[in-house]
Design a protein around this ligand. Structure first.
Ligand SMILES: *[C@@H]1O[C@H](CO)[C@@H](O)[C@H](O)[C@H]1NC(C)=O
Ligand SMILES: *[C@@H]1O[C@H](CO)[C@@H](O)[C@H](O)[C@H]1NC(C)=O
Ligand SMILES: *[C@@H]1O[C@H](CO)[C@@H](O)[C@H](O)[C@H]1NC(C)=O
Length: 136
């Protein structure tokens, strides 16, 4: 894999299915131009907005980055790894890996963690573009 350093614009919404008893919950449309090749690479977190459940996993996290890796340039499964450092930029990295399972709609995945009883989470890339700048 060639790692591409990306600062281009991407907006991802990952939603917890926990407690989602209303099966008619509205979902966002995914980016119409989505292909895996645009999303594959190394991403820097610029901001976050979370449910309390999701936030529990990122307590104290800073310097957050993620890497999406896939064998499929257009559409298909991939792996996503999240790396952060807790309470200090100098702390050892904390890593969480998950699989993004293709749902058949471009940019729309189920995120599955390799833990027992892990609930697949809805994962949508709702905006992505091709303008990017190296971080130096
Ligand atoms: C479920 O969500 C839909 C769409 O927001 C809403 O119209 C409906 O009333 C909700 N049903 C229940 C039981 O909350
Ligand atoms: C997480 O994914 C990264 C990148 O693919 C890999 O190098 C690392 O070994 C994985 N870690 C675990 C615990 O699976
Ligand atoms: C994608 O992942 C799912 C869940 O692990 C698996 O069932 C499916 O076969 C995979 N698709 C491909 C094309 O490998």
């Amino acid at each position: 894999m060639s790692v591409v350093w990306k600062l281009m614009t991407v907006v991802v919404i990952a939603m917890s299915g926990v407690g989602a008893s209303n099966t008619t919950c509205r979902t966002p449309p995914s980016a119409p131009n989505y292909v895996n090749a645009l999303y594959e690479g190394h991403w820097f977190e610029m901001g976050r907005s979370q449910t309390p459940g999701g936030a529990a996993f990122q307590v104290g996290c800073m310097c957050d980055v993620s890497d999406f890796v896939t064998d499929e340039p257009v559409q298909g499964n991939g792996t996503i790894s999240y790396v952060c450092r807790r309470f200090s930029p100098l702390a050892d990295p904390v890593i969480a890996n998950a699989t993004l399972v293709d749902t058949g709609n471009p940019g729309e995945f189920k995120q599955v963690y390799p833990y027992p009883n892990s609930i697949p989470l809805n994962y949508y890339v709702i905006y992505i573009d091709e303008v990017w700048t190296p971080p130096w």
